[in-house]
Design a protein around this ligand. Structure first.
Ligand SMILES: *Cc1c(COP(=O)(O)O)cnc(C)c1O
Length: 307
């Protein structure tokens, strides 16, 4: 079966390498259809559901995962419903509708939308498309490392943003499958969305009480429990950055590469801008440019003013 994602390039910037005196490699998953890596795992899960005979897919994400589910269902020719909370922007809803998805606005927060989505799944014998917590999603995301091992030499560290942890679970799976299992992974979150940092410190699953970061895409109250299992099997560092540093990184990255990404991605990218001290032990670093469609230049500039 043909995958729904594309192979993305690994780019370098001579200016950034000279400034940091390191080799920084950028895996440009911002260039995927739907603008983020999400299509890898969500696309794989949707294909699996359709191969198993499902004709209806139901997602509960108002962000990049819902958009990826809408795109995947449209490509596969099946009906997609996305249940989103009231906080979801009109632009995001519009993007999903352009992919022929039915969008239902339900509840004040994601948990309420998600509960309604699960009811609909049972009612319609549909496939439930979780945004990050499913092994098929992790294997789909792992494909980015399968590509990377053919695109560059082995780096000293991999930098990845963490929301619910599907991306990082996929990256870890990919590293282990490709004999890169000794490369440390640096997990980056913003203040006010640092649920992995809390679990990393406690070495068990910790649920944080609220999300206050602007990086809503990183705003899972708790990460998938598989990340706690990985703590015993892989060297993992946890870094927390500020919203302001994440937004500054988005704007710097736009200047360097002429592409717009969400603060969720900017959080990881800030390790080569304001937070470069975090990489002092490494001379070659792979940055996962996870992307994100839910932002505009105008919004980034407003955040830069107000934060
Ligand atoms: C979903 C997403 C993340 C976080 O991924 P998780 O699998 O939830 O950890 C980071 N950045 C972007 C742009 C995303 O869409």
């Amino acid at each position: 079966m043909q995958a729904l994602h594309l192979e993305t390039p690994v780019h370098q910037s001579a200016a950034i390498n000279a400034r940091l005196n390191k080799n920084i490699y950028f895996k440009m998953d911002c260039y995927q259809p739907v603008g983020s890596f999400k299509i890898r795992g969500i696309g794989a899960l949707c294909q699996k559901a359709v191969a198993e005979g499902k004709t209806r897919l139901i997602s509960s994400s108002g962000g990049n995962a819902g958009y990826a589910a809408a795109y995947s269902g449209n490509q596969l020719g099946v009906h997609v419903t996305v249940v989103v909370p009231e906080t979801t922007t009109e632009t995001a809803i519009q993007r999903m509708k352009e992919q022929n998805a039915e969008v239902i606005v339900y509840g004040k927060v994601w948990n309420e939308a998600d509960a309604h989505a699960r009811e609909l799944v049972a009612e319609h014998n549909a496939a439930y498309i979780h945004p990050f917590d499913n092994p098929a999603i992790w294997t789909g995301h792992a494909s980015m490392i399968d590509e990377t091992v053919h695109q560059m030499g082995k780096p000293d560290a991999v930098v990845v943003a963490v929301g619910g942890g599907g991306l990082m679970a996929g990256v870890l799976e990919g590293l282990h499958e490709n004999d890169w299992q000794d490369i440390p992974v640096i997990a980056v979150e913003t203040e006010g969305a640092a649920s992995f940092a809390a679990s990393h410190q406690a070495r068990e699953l910790v649920k944080i009480s609220e999300i206050t970061s602007i990086a809503k895409t990183l705003g899972a109250l708790e990460v998938t429990s598989v990340l706690v299992d990985w703590l015993d099997k892989h060297p993992i560092e946890s870094v927390i950055v500020s919203d302001k540093e994440a937004v500054t990184a988005c704007l710097n990255f736009a200047d360097d590469f002429r592409v717009i990404v969400e603060p969720a991605c900017g959080a990881a990218l800030s390790l080569i801008y304001d937070n470069a001290h975090t990489l002092e032990n490494y001379s070659s670093v792979l940055m996962i440019v996870c992307g994100g469609a839910g932002v505009t230049i105008q919004q980034l500039l407003e955040w830069q003013e107000t934060l």
